[in-house]
Design a protein around this ligand. Sequence first.
Ligand code: NAG
Ligand code: NAG
Ligand code: NAG
Ligand code: NAG
Length: 309
Amino acid sequence: MGIRSLVSFGLIAVPIGATLGVLIGLDAHRSATGQQPLFQDNSVSIDTYCQKAYGITPRSLGQQYTLNPNQWGWDGQQGGLCMNITQHNNYTYATPLTAPKFSVTWQYPQGPITQPVHAFPNIKIDGQGSIFPASISTIANIPVDVEWTYGLGEEPANITDVAGMTAANVNTNVAIDMFLDDDMNSAQSTTQAKYEIMVWLCTIGASTEPIGLALGAVSSQVINGTTFNLYSGTNSIGQYVLTWVASQYVENFVGDIAPLITSIPQIGRAEFPSTSTYLGYMGLGSEALWTPETVTFDVSYLSIDIQHQ
Ligand SMILES: *[C@@H]1O[C@H](CO)[C@@H](O)[C@H](O)[C@H]1NC(C)=O
Ligand SMILES: *[C@@H]1O[C@H](CO)[C@@H](O)[C@H](O)[C@H]1NC(C)=O
Ligand SMILES: *[C@@H]1O[C@H](CO)[C@@H](O)[C@H](O)[C@H]1NC(C)=O
Ligand SMILES: *[C@@H]1O[C@H](CO)[C@@H](O)[C@H](O)[C@H]1NC(C)=O
């Protein structure tokens, strides 16, 4: 609600306190019932979050997303990360599936080889009970549309220069992260889930390796012109990790990623998820390993639609 509309209401309606209470209540009711707020405020708010871990859920009349700086492997001392989130004060984004824009600026020193990742700043789809959990056999399509850039410095890059970032010793990726389990509750926990499936849209730096790289790719899929190779192995907390790595990065990736989940049971390995395994979590972000100079990851557009059979 803009300050201008408050003032003009104040002039025609007394007492202002009671009037505002009624109007705010009415507005909350309209948005809770999916209607447009009475007073359209088309402004945006850009807020900066530098906490270690903090879930931010911008209100939306469409699909709900939660963002998190998620500096899970940071000692709180050296380096750091801030996430900027652009919220629309009319709770309406470009489409009902469009997420708030965000950017992440960070710098960390190199960590130990056993634990090289400092953070996974990310945005995840909310939808416990409605979208998740979804057994693999019920997943039809997952159209993803994401526009991102990565670059040196504290401003969003206009284009991503992976060669230049690699030369500058930047180590990171752009990844879609999913968790799965044969139990529908464990599937929704990033630590209790038995399986993790990642889709790396971009890989930067020599330290940024998928688990199982040395064993070679176990499968390959082409999604709308981008080839993804699958690597697999176990992580430090015993989860089985399957990573699809794009052979070339696409800053505007548009494609249906469902085959990157539904093809896995068909590979026929006992240690892989089966058709009755549940998908319980999906997010997109960047695994921040290390970089000698500050870098900025910018997501200017994102929409993900998990469509059931
Ligand atoms: C809501 O606000 C955004 C940001 O200013 C604007 O782009 C969009 O058109 C607005 N939506 C509606 C339905 O007015
Ligand atoms: C994030 O927001 C801060 C505070 O407004 C601003 O100084 C900074 O430039 C923003 N970062 C990006 C990458 O837009
Ligand atoms: C992006 O392009 C604009 C316009 O060409 C330019 O002003 C700006 O400095 C560029 N930003 C970066 C980070 O290179
Ligand atoms: C394939 O990518 C192009 C270019 O981004 C996009 O316009 C098109 O919709 C995509 N097709 C599918 C099936 O996602």
